[in-house]
Design a protein. Structure first.
Length: 201
């Protein structure tokens, strides 16, 4: 609201300045002969154009600033949505806890079996399938984060601020090297690159 008011005030100031110039021109009209008055008419027309151009530039700058501010606000909401999905929803909680407390043995057993069987479908019990799915969902979330970062939709600063700890824990927890091998074998290319840039460097 304040910015819109400032823009309106700027336009009125510009119009006021133009009005003053017109009044000065009229006064000069009565005191000068026709030739000199014609020169002043040209001057006033040019001055009016300049004043209106300045007002237009000012209005344009304000519009760009408002757009930029709205854009930053929308981006912050979007980034906060990613934060909420990862930290506040239950989707990734089980895997986060396993990685936090170095309780990764079950995950390691499952990914070893999955990698050993290669392209053949490994046999898992329903509970094992659920755990492996939760773990691959966890990796897929970070693959998406890495894709957004690679496409300049998230900055490295955003990624580090929100997810650095868990990206680091992913490869530094017990069995982290095997998890990294799983990431390589299962073609999590964006995540692999993100780990190199955000964890290894």
């Amino acid at each position: 609201m304040k910015k819109a008011l400032e823009t309106v005030i700027a336009v009125f100031v510009a119009l006021g300045a133009f009005t003053c110039l017109v009044k000065v021109g009229l006064i000069l009209c009565y005191r000068l002969d026709a030739v000199r008055f014609s020169a002043w008419g040209t001057y006033l027309a040019g001055a009016g154009t300049v004043v209106l151009a300045i007002a237009a530039v000012f209005t344009g700058v304000r519009a760009v600033q408002e757009y930029s501010s709205r854009n930053r606000t929308e981006r912050a909401k979007w980034v906060f949505g990613l934060y909420e999905k990862f930290y506040e929803h239950d989707d990734f909680k089980k895997i986060r806890q396993k990685i936090d407390f170095e309780d990764t043995e079950q995950i390691l057993v499952l990914i070893r079996r999955d990698m050993k069987d290669g392209k053949r479908a490994a046999t898992f019990s329903p509970s094992e399938r659920l755990t492996l799915d939760q773990f691959t969902d966890y990796l897929n979330f970070f693959e998406m984060i890495a894709w957004l970062w690679k496409g300049d939709l998230l900055s490295k600063k955003d990624v580090l601020a929100m997810f650095h700890y868990y990206l680091k824990r992913l490869v530094e927890t017990r069995g982290g090297s095997e998890i990294r091998d799983f990431i390589d074998q299962k073609d999590y290319e964006n995540l692999k690159h993100l780990l190199v840039k955000c964890v290894d460097e």
